[in-house]
Design a binder for this molecule. Structure first.
Ligand code: SAM
Length: 282
């Protein structure tokens, strides 16, 4: 038996609850790549085991092999596939993450003031990022700004929590001043929690969207797009395909904000570097 197909040792000292072979891991890798474009690196077996074990328990399967066979018997658009994807996404985020982008965003918004604007945040996770965009809009242009924000993610579970807009007081990245201005503090049983004010939340529409989708129909082109810390999970060919579609979905002169470790200077026929991890759509 080759090393790749040997049973994966997750924690040798502890007996594993579910059988999980190297072949099962390779199958998970292939399936999540097909579905979400996510390029799971070799060496992520322990992560896959811990994230999918709960699903095996919930669906009454006793091994990864049995679960994966059952999963693949489901048609493509059923809930089990969504649950599988939800388990394997990485959703780390915070308010005003990479805060230089929000300083630049405030300037960009002021430059475009007076025109209706469409912003797309397309790996919105649990919502801290689109709410940070909405706060910046209100601070730069006022509460009656003609700005619409579309917030999407492939993971429906994180989108549900984004829609609720409830976070812990003391959430990373949110200043006391912003908390006071843009959030309502919970009292009694909700002490320690805060909710995004409805007048801010109404600027945002939350929807599921897979960047691997072949159908990108969003109507009016976007002026500003946040696509941060998601392309790092895609291989180069997938990144290029997504960038081409993103280009088609944006207005010329529109701005694309990307994560700190993402570099698309190779796609110079589509985007030109305009600032620190900010690209202009050509
Ligand atoms: C690490 S989080 C980044 C969140 C946020 N953009 C930020 O920078 O803080 C990556 C997000 O990308 C989403 N994602 C992964 N693959 C995706 C895909 N194919 N289409 C849309 N979203 C995807 C995940 O569900 C996750 O919420």
């Amino acid at each position: 038996m080759s090393l790749a197909l040997a049973t994966v040792a997750i924690a040798p000292a502890i007996e594993q609850e579910f059988a999980f072979s190297g072949a099962d891991f390779e199958r998970v890798r292939a399936l999540i790549h097909q579905r979400a474009g996510i390029n799971l690196l070799p060496g992520k077996q322990a992560m896959v085991y811990s994230r999918l074990s709960r699903r095996l328990r919930e669906t009454g399967h006793s091994s990864f092999g049995a679960y994966l066979q059952w999963l693949e018997s489901h048609p493509a658009d059923t809930g089990e596939w969504q649950a599988f994807v939800n388990c394997l996404t990485t959703n780390l985020t915070s308010f005003f993450r990479e805060d230089h982008h929000f300083v630049a965003l405030a300037d960009d918004l002021r430059e475009r003031e007076g025109r209706p604007l469409r912003i797309w945040c397309n790996a919105a996770s649990t919502g801290e990022e689109p709410y940070s965009i909405a706060m910046t809009v209100v601070e730069a242009l006022g509460a009656s700004a003609n700005v619409r924000i579309l917030a999407t993610d492939i993971d429906t579970h994180v989108l549900d929590s984004a829609r609720r807009g409830v976070y812990e007081v003391g959430a990373r990245g949110l200043s006391a001043e912003r908390l006071k201005r843009h959030c309502l503090r919970g009292t009694g049983a909700n002490a320690g929690a805060m909710r995004i004010r409805p007048e801010l939340a109404r600027l945002i529409e939350f929807k599921p969207f897979n960047l691997m989708s072949g159908v990108w129909s969003f109507g009016e082109p976007f002026d500003l797009v946040f696509c941060r810390n998601v392309m790092i999970y895609f291989d180069a060919a997938t990144q290029r395909r997504v960038l081409e579609r993103m280009h088609a979905a944006m207005r010329p002169g529109g701005l694309l904000y990307v994560g700190h470790s993402e570099n698309f200077t190779d796609s110079r026929t589509l985007f030109r570097l305009r600032g620190k991890t900010i690209y202009e759509r050509l």
